[in-house]
Write a new protein. Structure first.
Length: 219
């Protein structure tokens, strides 16, 4: 199925009230008013991925810059392997939906602000942030999951969990598809999952697949 046909089919399933023309205009306006946020530790390059490193380099990087990350250091091999498998899944799904990835390892953002990420302490201090208009991207550059790709993929394998959502989890959405979901209020608010490390608050994760584009943006 081509990207256009996939989107028409997806939009049709969510279009019982709005006409196709009204929906398209609403999506266009939403695209102009939403922002992506990238949180990062001050002093580090916000537009780089540790996934481009080999395993030993990743472990060294994490020990140097994030020594308090017990969730990673407790079993680094498992964490790295899981991330690589998820990124392979994201890449495959993005290609299948018509995306044009320029990398195997995307740069991760949140769609809208995430007070949880800012306050959780992941960055071992107050994080710096980059804010970019969503309109800077097209479906060739960007994809989305709900919640973040780790939890979305995990929930798709644990369908008996109370938070599993058949319409949202285990899926990678195009830009247009995510805007339709937001317009029709399909994305739930104030959802969280208790984990051994924290109460993880769900958010929409954006994956940007073109680092050259990111480097050209005036931040």
């Amino acid at each position: 199925m081509t990207h256009n046909n996939r989107f028409k089919s997806f939009a049709g399933a969510h279009c019982d009230v709005l006409s196709a023309r009204a929906l398209a205009e609403t999506v266009r306006l939403m695209n102009q008013t939403l922002y992506l946020y990238r949180y990062y530790k001050e002093g580090l390059n916000p537009f780089r991925s540790t996934s481009n490193l080999n395993d030993s380099e990743i472990i060294h990087f994490m020990k140097k810059h994030f020594p308090a990350h017990s969730w990673f250091h407790g079993n680094p091999k498992e964490r790295i392997d899981r991330r690589r498998k998820i990124e392979s899944w994201l890449h495959h799904q993005f290609l299948s939906s018509g995306g044009k990835p320029q990398t195997q390892h995307p740069c991760y953002f949140t769609l809208g602000e995430s007070p949880f990420l800012k306050e959780f302490g992941y960055y071992e201090g107050n994080p710096s942030e980059v804010k970019i208009p969503l309109s800077a991207f097209s479906s060739r550059h960007i994809s989305f999951t709900y919640p973040d790709s780790f939890f979305s993929e995990w929930l798709s394998r644990n369908k008996d969990h109370a938070l599993y959502n058949n319409e949202l989890n285990g899926k990678v959405f195009s830009l247009e598809e995510m805007l339709v979901l937001l317009k029709n209020k399909v994305i739930p608010n104030n959802v969280y999952m208790d984990t051994p490390f924290c109460r993880f608050h769900f958010y929409v994760e954006a994956q940007v697949w073109d680092y050259n584009l990111l480097d050209t943006l005036k931040i």
